[in-house]
Design a protein around this ligand. Structure first.
Ligand SMILES: *Cc1c(COP(=O)(O)O)cnc(C)c1O
Length: 457
């Protein structure tokens, strides 16, 4: 039994009358034609008028195996026949238990505890509060450890704790007066090195800066927070090889915690299940969301070590409980979608498919590198960014009022490809299930749009 569908024209009107979209300039939205997605198949989204679009951003970085995947659909229906939601406060349920076990098996060694919440933002927020409380409750307490190190260009979500870590002025500067201070380390962005160094010195210099911060604040740093391998929202900034491993070495040397936010890079996106695997790093916290349910439902997990957990292991009377929780944390439907997502990784040998697909993407990206207005292309696995610049020599950016990135994406939409820019960086982040020919079509459309928009300037 379903309600009769509302006609597309009414939907468009009601959207403009009532909705307020995230990260959206509403005046531009109101002036434009809203695209209303009615259904999807695999890597394609279908609008209310039946037009098809390739989902080039994985429905904001979370779709993994495509839309309407039969295994995930069936797992959710099966769970729905049992119970849609119960609570993890004082109760448990089989699906969340089994998922926790699976995550522990897959995660880097040592991460044996799973705390559920519902979004990337909450997964990171939980890690901050846990780290803070850990130092106060561990066997040999270090109550002076209250500060966090975060990187330039960092993005960890939109709650106040995560925004405090945030280093994207466009998103975060407005809220500074509300935030706690953090120690800011330079982003290891070799193309635009914040220290003004050559590419070859960027790695060492950026790690040295982290060590300076740790030395200057002895016993005061609760944790170093990092988006491993690729900083997504900063503009698909790929870190130089060895940076993550270097951070792990420094955090150990200075006795502090490493918090890895794999909300964007986890679940195969960079070619490995988790980005930390590229450098054999086990962090003290691993924050997971987005792709964890294959992009189906909101679910998140903060994983940590027995060492951290043991500082909280006490009776209520001892007062060491982690006083934090989210109503829908560990939701059974989300957990069922996540379990099925992991099963599909095995059944379809998804990780083995990524290598050849990433190589194919690299060939396409090579065609962009020679364009007059492409400053740099950056790629790890099936995550890539194409940075558009006014002038290659000086790396000068286009004036922001030209909205070059937005115009490229609008044109691609007309040609049936949905992508979203980060400023003038075009993001390439398709579902891992994309076929080779879909990848070709997506990249052909993007190339054509970049040429048309930038060469016309
Ligand atoms: C998207 C993102 C988040 C926030 O996740 P939400 O589910 O949107 O709250 C946190 N960290 C990183 C690296 C992200 O890309």
């Amino acid at each position: 039994m379903s309600f009769p569908p509302i006609d597309p024209e009414t939907l468009r009107r009601w959207d403009k009358e009532h909705l307020w979209h995230p990260f959206t300039a509403q005046a531009d939205w109101a002036a434009g034609e809203p695209l209303i997605i009615d259904r999807a198949e695999g890597a394609e989204l279908i609008d209310t008028r039946g037009r098809r679009y390739l989902d080039g951003v994985s429905s904001l970085w979370c779709n993994v195996h495509g839309h309407r995947h039969p295994t995930i659909d069936a797992a959710i229906r099966e769970q729905l026949d049992k119970v849609a939601h119960t609570t993890m406060l004082g109760l448990s349920h089989p699906t969340a238990i089994e998922l926790a076990r699976k995550l522990v098996e897959l995660a880097p060694p040592g991460l044996t505890r799973v705390f559920y919440s519902d979004d990337g933002a909450t997964a990171v927020e939980v890690s901050l509060k846990m780290a803070y409380q850990y130092w106060r409750q561990k066997a040999d307490p270090e109550p002076e450890r209250s500060m966090f190190v975060a990187l330039g260009g960092a993005y960890h979500g939109d709650t106040i704790g995560d925004v405090s870590l945030g280093g994207v002025d466009r998103f975060h500067a407005m809220f500074r007066p509300l935030l706690f201070p953090v120690l800011r380390a330079p982003i290891p962005f070799c193309y635009r090195c914040p220290l003004g160094l050559e590419r070859t010195s960027c790695l060492t210099a950026c790690l040295d800066e982290v060590e300076h911060l740790l030395r200057a604040h002895p016993g005061q740093v609760a944790g170093v927070v990092i988006e491993p391998i690729v900083q997504g929202a900063a503009g698909m900034v790929t870190h130089p090889a060895g940076y993550l491993e270097g951070l792990r070495r420094l955090t150990r040397k200075h006795g502090t915690l490493l918090i890895a936010d794999e909300v964007a890079v986890g679940f195969g996106r960079t070619g490995r299940m988790f980005a930390c695997e590229h450098e054999g790093v086990s962090p003290d916290f691993l924050c997971l969301a987005k792709g964890i349910t294959g992009g189906y439902l909101p679910l998140a997990a903060t994983m940590t070590t027995e060492e951290v957990y043991s500082a909280f292991f006490a009776t209520a009377a001892q007062g060491k409980t982690f006083q934090h929780g989210h109503t829908y944390g560990g939701n059974p439907l989300g957990a069922a979608a996540a379990l099925a997502t992991l099963r599909v990784f095995e059944e379809e040998r998804t990780l083995e498919r990524i290598g050849p697909l990433a190589d194919r993407l690299a060939l396409h990206l090579g065609r962009f590198s020679s364009l007059r207005h492409v400053g740099e292309v950056r790629q790890r696995g099936l995550m890539a960014g194409i940075e558009l610049v006014l002038d290659r020599g000086s790396k000068a950016e286009f004036p922001s009022h030209q909205q070059v990135g937005n115009r490229v994406c609008r044109m691609a939409r007309e040609l049936g490809v949905l992508i979203r820019p980060l400023g003038d960086v075009l993001v390439v982040m398709p579902p891992l299930s994309l076929t080779g020919s879909q990848l070709d079509r997506m990249m052909d459309v993007m190339l054509r749009c970049v040429v048309e928009v930038t060469e016309r300037n």
